[in-house]
Design a protein around this ligand. Structure first.
Ligand code: ATP
Ligand code: MG
Length: 665
């Protein structure tokens, strides 16, 4: 507390009504939240279990929980809720499950599940092209985030394309219901709808929650904002912090206007602005301020730093994307060697996930430890999806999506005709596929197929009984053995190594569940839904990453974080700003993304670009990003500009590496 500046202290101590802390990057907004939680517990006599803090990512939530734990010490922080909006929503849904008409063991669908479902509906019911599923799922998500219900979407639809979307939404929602399933957006939407319909339930939650704190407020969507307003009610125990210049999730329904809306909805709102930046050196900060001055703002703010001017910013022009990867990695090795420090002090940021591939190869080749956040998520891997589908089906026999995914994994000779006949029957009598197996008879389908379906169902029932009887994890392990899942993986993999990696992913998943159940004393069902929200796995991956790995992530994922040395690659037109945003004339959001990237850096910032880049098998010319031209030019040091021969650059990179290697012996 003594470290805080007077404004920060004011924000921490103000508890008489709702408070908005509005401030630029690195000014200590997140620090205010952490300190305030401790203050509320220690000085205001509010018990930790009456306080909830909402952050944007699991990683941020985890860090905050740790920091508060340290500040408070002992068991004083016990019962404190620090979570993402989705986790908070899940908590409410779990508690109010019956009221919401959900059966025990409900499933949570991710984006891929959603797309599979929509594809199915499009093809089977509308005879439409399944390729549109991705777009439609995105549209459905927008509707949900804007609190538009399926019937309303249908009523408002204009034109056949929009109508198809709205109809798909309607059917999608019905199918989710039938499957006893929710998607990610429902985790927020359902609680808000429930609270609207049942003031008594809302009152119970309001009485339980005495103080709510929200980080990264600029990226809340309409549903999330409503949830905040509902939970707070008249009590006014609310602190939100945000920076409209860092709003980078408009495409996911975020509404930076929510910052302004607060003032209207809470007339007594106190606003505190923070202006001192504690993160970055003067030149980095100046670059960020100058860049973002090109945007229009909701609120004016100016940031200054006492950390001295620091090094100039570097702009590295490379021959092509390979050269870019080579140079960045060579530089990091070189820099670390000369300055000491750790690989974890370096972050490489980029606009799109695909940009990480060459970097990964290069880092592997040079034996530099690295950690990739996001990317191909653990849950997108086939074997993980399979096992998750089994788990979902165990808990929720009505989860048809899960059923269809694994009916033939490993192969059970359940042919398409059998499954189709089953599906038709289930549709006709309005029940799930699993339920249909018990009701269908051989007049409706082939005898042998039916026998296999029954065998499958009986087997699953047996596993389910074993899970219910006690040791869920042991039952899951024996299920995997029983169906020879590992042999199946081996037969499906191109090499032994691939097979082994996949098996270890499955082990990792089951071990993770076990740990979660042990630590938090929850049942298999809850452990699984937490797992779906990534909680545990991200944690384990982060831990495995440790401080000794170069951090690779998208600009979006870097929000809220800081690193001594930052490289932003692909500072080119059509990459940053992204082509689609140029086409849509939505440059401001891209500029904010660049602003987020620049303000992650504490001591040094290097921006890289390629002169040529391969795209769809063709080499195309690239232009430096317009954002480079918007930075204070006197503070930039160019390297490898046009007049340098590209070959010389590549050579220089290689020489640096060779030199370093000989140095290292
Ligand atoms: P962002 O907008 O990127 O989320 P932020 O406003 O949340 O940034 P923090 O991450 O809370 O900023 O703080 C940035 C850095 O400044 C952290 O390293 C933090 O420890 C440090 N810091 C914050 N307040 C102070 C202070 N009063 N004295 C010294 N250091 C501080
Ligand atoms: Mg922050």
């Amino acid at each position: 507390m003594s470290q805080l500046n007077p404004r920060q202290r004011e924000a921490v101590r103000y508890i008489d009504g709702p408070l908005l802390v509005l401030a630029g990057a690195g000014s200590g907004k997140t620090s205010v939240i952490t300190q305030k939680i401790a203050y509320l517990v220690e000085n205001c006599g509010i018990r930790a279990n009456r306080i909830a803090a909402v952050t944007f990512t699991n990683k941020a939530a985890r860090e905050m929980r740790e920091r508060v734990g340290k500040l408070l010490g002992g068991g004083a922080s016990e019962g404190l809720t620090v979570s993402t909006f989705h986790q908070l929503g899940l908590k409410i849904i779990r508690t109010e499950r019956r009221q919401l008409g959900l059966k025990n063991g409900f499933s949570i669908f991710d984006n891929q599940d959603g797309q599979a479902l929509v594809r199915d509906l499009l093809v089977s019911e509308h005879g439409a092209d399944g390729d549109q599923a991705g777009n439609i799922v995105q549209r459905i998500s927008q509707w949900k985030n804007d609190r538009v219900l399926p019937e309303q979407a249908v009523a408002a639809a204009q034109g056949p394309a929009e109508m198809l979307c709205a109809q798909a939404y309607l059917r999608y929602q019905r199918a989710l219901r039938a499957y006893n399933a929710l998607d990610f957006d429902d985790l927020i939407l359902l609680p808000t709808l429930l609270f609207e319909e049942h003031p008594d339930i809302l009152e119970r939650w309001q009485n339980q929650l005495h103080y709510l704190l929200v980080d990264e407020y600029q990226d809340t969507n309409a549903s999330q904002y409503l949830l905040v307003r509902q939970l707070i009610g008249m009590r006014g125990g609310l602190t939100v912090v945000g920076d409209d210049d860092q709003s980078i999730y408009a495409w996911r329904g975020a509404r930076p206007e929510n910052l302004g809306q607060l003032q209207e909805d809470f007339p007594g709102l106190r606003v505190v602005k923070l202006e001192q930046n504690y993160r970055s050196t003067g030149r980095i900060l100046n670059a960020a301020n100058t860049l973002i001055a090109n945007n229009s703002h909701l609120f004016d703010k100016s940031l200054w730093s006492e950390l001295g001017p620091g090094e100039p910013l570097r702009v590295l022009q490379c021959a092509d994307e390979q050269d870019e990867a080579t140079q960045v990695v060579a530089e990091i090795i070189d820099h670390k060697l000369r300055k000491g420090g750790r690989y974890g002090d370096y972050a490489i940021l980029y606009r799109g996930n695909h940009q990480s591939r060459l970097l990964e190869l290069e880092l592997q080749q040079q034996q530099v430890p690295y950690h990739l956040s996001g990317g191909t998520s653990f849950f997108a891997r086939n074997e993980v999806k399979d096992v998750m589908a089994y788990l979902r089906l165990l808990l929720n026999p009505d989860d048809d999506n899960a059923f269809l995914r694994i009916a033939n994994v490993p192969r059970r000779k359940l042919g398409a005709t059998t499954l189709e006949a089953l599906g038709q029957f289930a549709n006709g009598v309005h029940c799930s596929l699993t339920a249909a197996i018990g009701r269908v008879d051989s007049s409706q389908m082939n005898e042998a197929g039916l026998a296999r379906l029954r065998e499958f169902r009986n087997w699953l029932d047996g596993v389910r009984r074993a899970v219910d009887a006690g040791d869920g994890i042991a039952a899951v392990r024996s299920m995997l053995r029983d169906m020879n899942y590992f042999e199946w993986l081996r037969s499906q993999s191109s090499s032994r190594e691939v097979a082994e990696r996949r098996m270890s992913n499955v082990d990792f998943l089951v071990d993770g569940l076990q740990r979660l159940m042990g630590e938090d004393e929850v049942g298999l069902d809850e452990a699984i839904s937490r797992m779906v929200l990534r909680d545990l796995l991200e944690q384990q991956e982060e831990e495995a990453a440790g401080p000794e790995s170069v951090q690779l992530m998208t600009l979006h994922a870097s929000k809220g974080l800081e690193f001594p040395h930052v490289y932003i690659i692909g500072m080119e037109e059509k990459l940053l700003p992204h082509r689609s945003s140029i086409d849509e004339g939505n440059i401001d959001e891209e500029r904010r993304l660049a602003y987020v990237g620049i303000t992650r850096a504490r001591q040094s910032l290097t921006m890289c670009m390629a002169r040529k880049r391969r795209q769809f098998g063709e080499s195309i010319d690239c232009e430096p990003s317009r954002f480079i031209a918007e930075l204070p030019q006197d503070d930039l040091r160019w390297q490898g500009r046009e007049d340098d021969a590209p070959e010389a650059n590549v050579k220089r990179g290689q020489e640096t590496l060779a030199g370093l290697k000989s140095l290292l012996g």
